[in-house]
Design a protein around this ligand. Structure first.
Ligand code: EPU
Length: 290
């Protein structure tokens, strides 16, 4: 346990990461910061750097699997940095802004572009780092500017960062995203809403969106679907403790009843092994493990 801690309210000790992740697993974090302002975020990062304390950023916690043992270091949770502004075709959002809230706001404002992101939980910061999206498009296509802090606390601006985005990846040199500017198109609110409803209905039919999960576990291998490969290995419905390979979509592992990190990794490892044995394909994790 780290000895001295700042006494300000956003800092807590021993917070269980299982309560801050959609998968519902994870041990306690030595230090858990919830900065209320960008200034506080910078101060906290400087404080951690000056003491050589390792840290990880947690947005919505919807794409992560955290180990059951204590996280030796600090977690910085961005969820309170959640303000957003709208000006013409642009939306500027702090990194902790909920993606679902932004999609909803775009429907009301008659701004088109974010529809493919409907049904994806989490924050805009996490979505940018993962280049979240799907068949209908990825968030990288809409990003006009990213503001970030280097791990040393230096402010950086990435203008027109289109070439930094790849498949499920936004490359910002390990910096911590603080603000994102999205550029959208004008469209009638009813058209945007209709498109959102269609995509949502599509996803609900083929993904276990109401179960506890971390979304797709593996990236799709080139030209293939990880879900289809795992399915073809006959693994749908396979359980380990309280975790289960979703019977709806095999690239989702769902926490049905108090499953642990170990249970999760057992199923993920099994899927990886079987797919390698049967198809000679190496699947890479999409989720982040820490
Ligand atoms: N399939 C199966 N069995 C399964 C799952 C899928 O046979 O268990 C088949 C489907 O029938 C379909 C094909 O595989 O013919 C592709 O499946 P799907 O349309 O569900 O898309 P996906 O490639 O599995 C990707 C993204 C999803 C995104 C959807 C829809 C990745 C790893 N997955 O899934 O993103 O929502 O397209 O656009 O890129 C995520 O990244 O967390 C995620 C869920």
């Amino acid at each position: 346990m780290v000895g001295y801690l700042p006494s300000r309210p956003p800092c807590k000790q021993g917070v269980s990461l299982s309560k801050h992740t959609s998968l519902g697993v994870g041990g306690a974090a030595d230090i858990f910061f919830t900065p209320q302002t960008l200034r506080e975020l910078r101060d906290e990062m400087e404080w951690l750097q000056s003491r050589n304390i390792p840290f990880n950023i947690l947005g919505g916690g919807t794409n992560v699997a955290c180990r059951d043992k204590t996280f030796k270091g600090a977690i910085i949770n961005t969820k309170v940095l959640n303000r957003a502004w709208h000006e013409g075709l642009r939306i500027k959002a702090l990194s902790g802004c909920s993606l679902a809230m932004l999609v909803k706001r775009c429907c009301e404002l008659g701004l088109s572009g974010l529809e493919p992101l409907v049904g994806i939980p989490g924050t805009i910061g996490g979505a940018v780092i993962m280049n979240a999206g799907g068949r209908h498009g990825n968030i990288g296509l809409l990003v006009e500017e990213v503001r970030a802090l280097s791990p040393e606390g230096e402010e950086r601006v990435y203008a027109r960062p289109a070439d930094r985005f790849g498949y499920r990846k936004g490359d910002f040199n390990g910096d911590i995203i603080t603000e994102v500017v999205l550029k959208l198109k004008v469209e009638s609110p009813s058209v945007v809403r209709k498109r959102v409803c269609t995509i949502m209905r599509e996803k609900f039919a083929v993904q276990p969106l109401s179960a506890r999960s971390a979304g797709c576990v593996f990236k799709n291998p080139q030209g293939e679907s990880a879900g289809r490969l795992i399915d073809r290995c006959g693994l749908k419905g396979r359980c380990a403790g309280g975790m289960k390979i979703s019977p709806v979509h095999a690239n989702f592992i769902i926490n049905e009843s108090g499953g642990s990190f170990e249970n999760f990794m057992e199923l993920a490892g099994m899927a990886q092994d079987r797919v390698r044995e049967n198809f000679g394909v190496e699947m890479e994790y999409e989720i982040k493990v820490f």
